[in-house]
Design a protein around this ligand. Structure first.
Ligand SMILES: Nc1ncnc2c1ncn2[C@@H]1O[C@H](COP(=O)(O)OP(=O)(O)OP(=O)(O)O)[C@@H](O)[C@H]1O
Ligand SMILES: [Mg+2]
Length: 119
């Protein structure tokens, strides 16, 4: 559990990462469902689409995406911490959807994830 203090919101806010080396276990689906629910309840949310196939960006291009929900599609293993930091300054929640587990160690080492969920 690695909550980080948000100077913007004045409270501890989570970064949530969905990661699994196994494909098709529901990472992207869980990311969209959680982000949509948080947005529907008034939260501002950034989803970081760290999968090269960009499933979240494809979803976001469809009609109906909540206004309070932003998708970042420029994250790479090299810049993902910067992307998380940048998103955390703008929205209350940051949710990361990974292709596999490669960047997870870095996210954990840098203490940027509140919880890494590996379904
Ligand atoms: N809770 C669930 N119950 C049943 N089907 C589900 C559930 N969550 C996801 N699915 C279905 O499983 C499939 C894979 O889901 P999803 O793309 O979210 O997995 P993923 O882990 O992100 O896959 P990938 O490793 O390819 O990124 C999709 O067809 C999705 O609709
Ligand atoms: Mg996925």
């Amino acid at each position: 559990m690695f909550p980080r203090f948000s100077s913007k919101w004045g409270i501890y806010m989570p970064t949530i990462v969905f990661a699994s080396p196994k494909g098709g276990v529901g990472k992207s689906t869980a990311t969209v469902l959680l982000a949509s629910e948080l947005a529907a309840h008034g939260g501002t949310v950034t989803m970081i689409d760290a999968d090269p196939n960009k499933p979240l960006s494809q979803w976001a291009s469809l009609p109906g995406k909540p206004e309070r929900l932003t998708v970042i599609d420029s994250a790479t293993e090299e810049n993902i911490i910067d992307e998380i930091e940048s998103a955390a300054l703008k929205t209350m929640f940051v949710i990361v959807d990974l292709e596999g587990t490669a960047p997870v160690r870095r996210i954990l080492d840098d203490r940027w994830a509140l919880e890494v969920s590996c379904p």
